[in-house]
Design a binder for this molecule. Structure first.
Ligand SMILES: NC(=O)c1ccc[n+]([C@@H]2O[C@H](COP(=O)([O-])OP(=O)(O)OC[C@H]3O[C@@H](n4cnc5c(N)ncnc54)[C@H](OP(=O)(O)O)[C@@H]3O)[C@@H](O)[C@H]2O)c1
Length: 204
């Protein structure tokens, strides 16, 4: 059933999971804090993040999807004057609760993620970005919905926290498509998810 729905989806669209994590694989501390994202390393041979490039790149993203706990963090950041990271792009929040809708671009969804991604998002958007957290990223992978995983590793170990992918039920083979190291010591890994949608390197 799941595969049939995949085939019906818009094949031009691409679903990306993107998050930043500590080297030991955590996206937040247990209490949800992400203060450790501000690191102070310097890697002499690294690339500089050019704001114009970042801006142009962000324009290529057509919509964001996130879990309710990530949305609550985004609301907290905004409340602290740190701004809204998702610009004016449609932002879909997965939740079964009644959360405050702080802007017109935010929409809530509850239910079958496969149906939502393949039936609603893929036909409407080319570049769909899942931006966390760990629970939603794992749900996306478990249902075979992601085409790409972008993992930004920060130069820090935090020992414990919320894992990047919470409870996967099987191995997921990846193909390393790109690597970039930055002056800040951050390494960005871009992996394609193997074994679906015309990929000749079928997953085992
Ligand atoms: N380092 C990074 O790049 C990064 C990125 C994003 C987030 N974070 C951090 O990660 C933490 C949050 O991650 P998390 O794994 O705890 O939670 P999460 O993935 O953000 O949210 C999980 C919640 O989303 C809702 N949900 C998921 N699938 C659903 C579905 N199909 N239908 C309806 N609701 C659904 C459920 O909440 P309800 O109870 O509302 O139904 C679920 O408990 C935060 O601390 C955040 O700051 C870090």
């Amino acid at each position: 059933m799941r595969d049939v729905r995949r085939q019906e989806a818009n094949t031009d669209s691409r679903v990306t999971i993107h998050m930043a994590a500590s080297l030991d694989g955590f996206i937040a501390r247990r209490d949800g804090s992400v203060d450790w994202l501000e690191t102070s390393d310097e890697f002499a041979d690294g690339e500089t993040m050019d704001p114009a490039f970042v801006e142009a790149f962000l324009r290529t993203i057509d919509c964001y999807v996130m879990g309710s706990r990530t949305y609550e963090t985004a609301l907290r950041f905004e409340g602290q004057g740190l701004g809204w990271a998702y610009g004016d792009k449609p932002t879909f929040v997965l939740t079964s609760r009644n959360l405050p809708r702080v802007r017109d671009t935010v929409e809530f969804y509850s239910g079958d993620l496969t149906q939502f991604v393949n039936g609603h998002l893929r036909p409407a958007f080319r570049a769909v970005w899942f931006v966390g957290g760990g629970a939603v990223s794992a749900e996306c992978l478990r249902h075979g919905l992601a085409d790409e995983v972008r993992y930004s590793i920060l130069p820090i170990l935090i020992g414990d926290g919320i894992p990047f992918f919470e409870k996967l039920d099987r191995d997921i083979s990846l193909h390393l498509a790109a690597v970039k190291a930055y002056k800040t010591g951050m390494v960005e890994l871009c992996y394609e998810v193997r074994g679906h949608r015309g990929d000749s390197r079928h997953a085992t």
